[in-house]
Design a protein around this ligand. Structure first.
Ligand code: UDX
Length: 459
């Protein structure tokens, strides 16, 4: 690196996301936003993840380390907990070496921006005298629920039928994150999400991937729980999709699966405005074969054009001959560039599992939604989509926990052409405007980011 380049850097931030698609994406996008404000940003991740990143994530430098899974996949007999522990062992050693190496280079890191589920990162920040900044990848409402459980303000198992949490509307038990109302389902992930708040008093900054107007009451409430600044900096959607362009903020992101971009775009280009239903269940959810069949025939019955992302690992659950039978009406792909699809004028409805990134992307791009929540935070996000932001409808599950084909059809029709269509569309357009306003120059999230950048530059 040349002398000149060193002097154009204003301050150096080290970013450490948890190595899964849905955590890395928002942290890359936020890193690019920081870089566009003049900070030098280095993102450290596993070799496997770094190989899937495109164009070196633009202005963000990528450093990678081996966690044994360099080719992806899982280790025979290994549990989720083993993998989390391994990431901690190799990640913490690597991070310290990287910080020491950077110190010797004469241009040290000033801040460690870490995924809030990686608790040990804050210890490293403190050890090296760096600013420790936690990035929360879920909605603030979901964070508030986990916070209340972690602090013992909400005791589990939850006694229904309704639950009151400060800053949130009254929630029914099943609208809480699934880990909270089915407390024993995934103990290692439950402890990961609850422990995010165990050192809330020690972190120097807290970043929420939301915007003030979207979750104002609960953002204010959460901010009061921390002695240091907790601020909303989202949505972390690249500026090019929000009808504006910030230099360097292109759609570089992470795609752990190969996107079938050209096929999708060509197909969408042949369709009329608002005529296509886009369906995706994110990067992790695994649906039962029966449920896949109900969705397949529900889409068919609705008779709208549809673009359905079915990951390779889920393909064998599709009804036999389905892809051939629906070829006139539907396109099934293994992965797409979701933002590009949601931004396409042909898309009129998003059938989503309500992962937080998908929810925020749908809202920010003004696409009406059908919520088909599966687990974790999705149950709470779905409640907000229907009842709070009023940008979609929630599919009803039957006594066996299934969404039947008739329900899939009814929900899609409601959003595409039903009585509530106009109201839902109006709200979607309004939220799109508010999301853009938040990240535009002088907007609430932009001002918050500026405040952080100014402080990092001061030290
Ligand atoms: C997981 C959890 O399931 C979710 O509930 C939680 O909020 C975050 O962690 P995931 O299921 O992958 O995430 O969903 P989501 O948060 O929506 O993230 C998926 C990301 O993959 C989105 O950014 C979406 O744009 C992207 N995506 C998805 C694609 O780019 N292409 C696709 O075909 C599908």
């Amino acid at each position: 690196m040349g002398e000149e380049e060193i002097h154009t850097w204003r301050s150096h931030v080290l970013v450490l996301p948890f190595p899964v698609q849905s955590h890395i994406n928002p942290m890359i996008q936020f890193s690019k936003r920081l870089a566009s404000k003049g900070l030098k940003v280095t993102l450290a991740t596993t070799i496997f993840i770094s190989k899937s990143m495109q164009a070196e994530a633009g202005p963000v430098r990528i450093e990678s380390f081996s966690d044994v899974y360099d080719e992806g996949g899982v280790k025979e007999g290994g549990s989720k907990n083993d993998r989390i522990e391994l990431f901690k062992d190799v990640g913490s050693k690597y991070l310290q070496e990287l910080i020491e190496k950077q110190n010797r280079s004469g241009y040290p890191f000033k801040c460690l921006l870490y995924d809030s589920v990686i608790l040990w990162a804050l210890d490293i920040a403190k050890k090296f005298g760096l600013i420790g900044a936690a990035f929360y990848t879920q909605s603030c409402s979901v964070n508030a629920i986990y916070y209340n459980v972690q602090k013992g303000l909400l005791s589990t198992p939850i006694e229904g039928p309704t639950i009151s949490v400060p800053g949130l509307p009254l929630l029914e038990t099943h609208e809480l994150p699934s880990f909270v109302y089915k407390i024993d389902s995934y103990p290692c992930i439950l402890s990961l999400v609850l422990n995010q708040f165990s050192n809330i008093q020690e972190a120097d900054w807290h970043f929420l991937n939301t915007f003030d107007k979207l979750e104002d009451e609960v953002v204010n409430w959460m901010a009061k729980q921390s002695p240091t600044r907790m601020i909303a900096i989202g949505p972390t959607v690249p500026s090019m999709y929000l009808d504006k362009r910030v230099e360097g903020d292109n759609d570089y992101g992470l795609h752990l699966f190969t996107p079938n971009s050209e096929t999708c775009m060509k197909w969408l280009d042949t369709k009329e405005v608002g005529s296509v239903v886009y369906v995706s269940f994110g990067s992790l959810a695994s649906l039962g074969e029966d449920q896949m069949e109900e969705i397949a025939w529900g889409l068919r019955r609705s008779n709208f054009y549809f673009l359905w992302v079915v990951r390779a690992s889920e393909e064998n659950k599709l009804p036999s001959n389905f892809v051939e039978e629906i070829s006139e009406k539907g396109l099934v792909v293994r992965w797409c560039r979701q933002l590009e699809v949601l931004a396409h004028q042909a898309v009129g409805c998003f059938v989503t599992h309500c992962g937080w990134n998908s929810t925020l992307e749908g809202l920010s791009l003004g696409v009406p939604m059908v919520a088909m929540q599966q687990w974790v935070d999705q149950t709470t996000n779905a409640k907000f989509i229907e009842d709070v932001w009023r940008v979609g409808v929630r599919a009803k599950v039957d006594e066996k926990g299934m969404v039947r084909r008739e329900e899939v059809e009814v929900c899609i029709r409601e959003v595409m052409e039903g009585e509530r269509r106009e109201e839902i569309k109006r709200n979607a357009v309004r939220w799109k405007g508010l999301a853009k306003e938040a990240v535009d120059e002088g907007g609430s999230s932009d001002t918050n980011i500026e405040e952080f950048v100014a402080r990092v530059l001061c030290i």
